[in-house]
Design a protein around this ligand. Sequence first.
Ligand code: AMP
Length: 213
Amino acid sequence: MNVILLGYPGSGKGTQAKVLAKQFGLFHVSTGDIFREELAKKTPLGREVAGYLSAGRLVPDKLVLEVLKNRLGTETRGLLFDGFPRTVEQAEGLDAWFDSRGMAVDAVIFINVPEAEVAKRLGDRRTCSGCGRIYNVGTQPPAKADVCDACGKPLVTREDDKPGVIIRRLQVYRDQTEPLLAYYRAAGNFYEANGGLDPESVAASIAGMLKGK
Ligand code: AMP
C-alpha cells in the first residue's frame, strides 16, 4: 500500500505519518526530514537545498525527484509520503516512476485544517533537536519546558517556523501545492480527514480510510 498525506505545513502530516507508519508497517518518507538531515550533515545536497529551506521556498522538482528515487530505489515496504508531492510536476513524476516499477498510489489523504489554525500551530511548534519529536507550546507542551520528553534533548524552533517564513510557506502552499487537490480528486482514491480534531481522533479516522486497502 502506498499512501500520500496532503495538507498545509502544520496540518499534522508528520505527526500522523509517524503513527500510521507504525500501525500499517509503512516506510515514512518525509522529504522535509531528508533535506534537514542532509543540511545537518553539511553534505553537498544539504548545502544545495539550504537556501530554499530557510526561505520557505520549494526545492526544485527535478532535484526532489532525483533524491527520492535514490533513497527509495531499494525499499520494498509500502510508502507513506509526508510533504511530497508538493507540486503537480512532482505528482506527475511520481506517477511516471511508479508506473515504470508497476506500483500505484493507493490512497491520498488530505488533512484539512483552516489556514488561520495552521499559522498558529506553526508559530507554536517546537521540534526536538535530537529525535525530531514535535510539540506545541500551547496544546502539547513537554513535561519540562524546552526539553524533549522522549530523549531529553533541547527543543528548538525550526528556522522556517519563524513568523516571516511561515507567511511565505503558506503562500507557497496555496500557489503550488493546493492545485494537487484537484489533481488527486480527479485520479480517485482521494479522502479528506478533519485535521482540526485532536491527533488521536485524526489518526483513527485516517486508519479507517486505509483499512482494507
Ligand atoms: P516540511 O518539513 O515538509 O515542511 O519541509 C520543509 C522544507 O523542505 C519546505 O519548506 C521546502 O523548502 C523543502 N521541501 C520539503 N519537501 C519538499 C518537496 N516535496 N518539494 C520541494 N521542497 C520541499
